[in-house]
Design a protein around this ligand. Structure first.
Ligand code: NAI
Length: 340
């Protein structure tokens, strides 16, 4: 029998524990050729007396080059630096790729959303450089480098060409942040010159938000810096049924970490009601990525089986509470497994 691929499983905390368990059950039932090295991060790691992002977790991702990750809580206004931001910066996972699609069986006011968000993942306002200049005055530095702006633009254009997508729209605020967002726009423009087959345009982000909620179907690929990408990801999730249905990949040159857009949802954690679909879709992205980068047909087959099964489950009305259904996390996973 051919070897399996070892990936790092980081369950995270909050609903991460429930949804990752459900997803691994589906992956195993679908014969995904995977074995798991489980590593901790976030509150769970802290409770065990480790760093919030233990060196062993980082080393494991560097070694296996792939991770499936649940969400990790970050304290608001105080406490440790976000595990997610640290992970992306330390592993140089420079591109966050988040497909946002309407799903049959998940009715929303829009039917034909099919867009992909490309978010620069390592700098911008999330560089973590904040200072108290004097009591009552703080600054937060927004960092834009030509290298990172060019890299994310190239990633978006290459993805568009490879996937047959036609148009890239940049969201920016270069009318106010003339230098940082201005640099972003110039880098996109330069990269675009090598991709004359892909149309591109740019929108000031406030107007972009309005157009997005008026008619999301007019957008194809959205490209933006870190902070805007974070906010727009949740906004876009709201167009297709919520955070329970939007997956994501954080991709770098040496590793890739697949995780849902949603957070640890402390309001529903431990109740077996969270939707595991966003993490399951992230796992499907991981399997497709493995097929592309490692050429293993078994990964593609497992990805297709899982995708067909969750679409069938949704079509049959099997849904968690966030989508108006009544199944719990593990029951939804069972419904997918029955349809594999
Ligand atoms: P959140 O995404 O955890 O939750 C927002 C709302 O969506 C909540 O009402 C929650 O119940 C609901 N929700 C989220 N995922 C769901 C799912 N799978 N099924 C059903 N409902 C779901 O965002 P929030 O509350 O702002 O953040 C909570 C914590 O998560 C914070 O500490 C934040 O820093 C962290 N976070 C971590 C992320 C990561 O690890 N990648 C990403 C976003 C937030």
């Amino acid at each position: 029998m051919a070897e399996k691929h070892t990936i790092v499983l980081i369950p995270g905390d909050g609903i991460g524990l429930e949804v990752s368990q459900a997803v691994v059950a589906v992956l195993n039932a679908a014969d995904a050729p995977l074995t798991y090295e489980e590593r901790h991060a976030g509150l769970i790691a802290l409770d065990d007396g480790h760093d919030v992002l233990p060196a062993g977790t980082l080393d494991a991702v560097r070694r296996h080059k792939l991770a499936l990750k649940g969400p990790c809580t970050t304290p608001v206004g105080k406490g440790f630096t976000s595990v997610n931001v640290q992970l992306r910066q330390k592993l140089n996972l420079h591109a966050a790729i988040r497909p946002v699609r309407s799903l049959a069986g998940v009715p929303t006011r829009y039917q034909d959303v099919d867009l992909v968000i490309f978010r620069e993942n390592t700098e911008g306002l999330y560089s973590g450089i904040e200072n108290e200049i004097t009591p009552g005055v703080v600054t937060s530095l927004k960092v834009a480098t030509e290298a990172a702006c060019t890299r994310i633009a190239r990633a978006a254009f290459e993805y568009a060409r490879k996937r047959g997508r036609k148009k890239i729209t940049v969201f920016h605020k270069a009318n106010i942040m003339k230098q940082s967002d201005g640099l972003f726009l110039r880098c996109v423009q330069r990269v675009a010159e090598g991709f004359t087959d892909i149309v591109h345009d740019a929108l000031i982000i406030d107007a972009g938000c309005m157009r997005l909620v008026q008619d999301p179907s007019r957008f194809d690929i959205l490209l933006m810096e870190n902070f805007y990408g974070d906010v727009i990801s949740d906004l876009a999730a709201g167009l297709v049924g919520g955070l329970g249905v939007v997956p994501g990949a954080n991709v770098g040159d040496a590793a890739a970490v697949f995780e849902a857009v949603h957070g640890s949802a402390p309001d529903i954690a431990g109740k077996n009601i969270a939707n595991p679909l966003a993490l399951l879709m992230s796992a499907v992205m991981m399997l497709n990525h493995m097929h592309e980068t490692r050429g293993d047909e078994r990964c593609k087959q497992a990805a297709e089986r899982i995708k067909t099964a969750y679409n069938r489950a949704l079509g049959d009305g099997c849904k968690t509470a966030d989508l108006g259904g009544c199944l719990g996390t593990s029951q939804f996973a069972d419904a997918v497994i029955e349809r594999l």
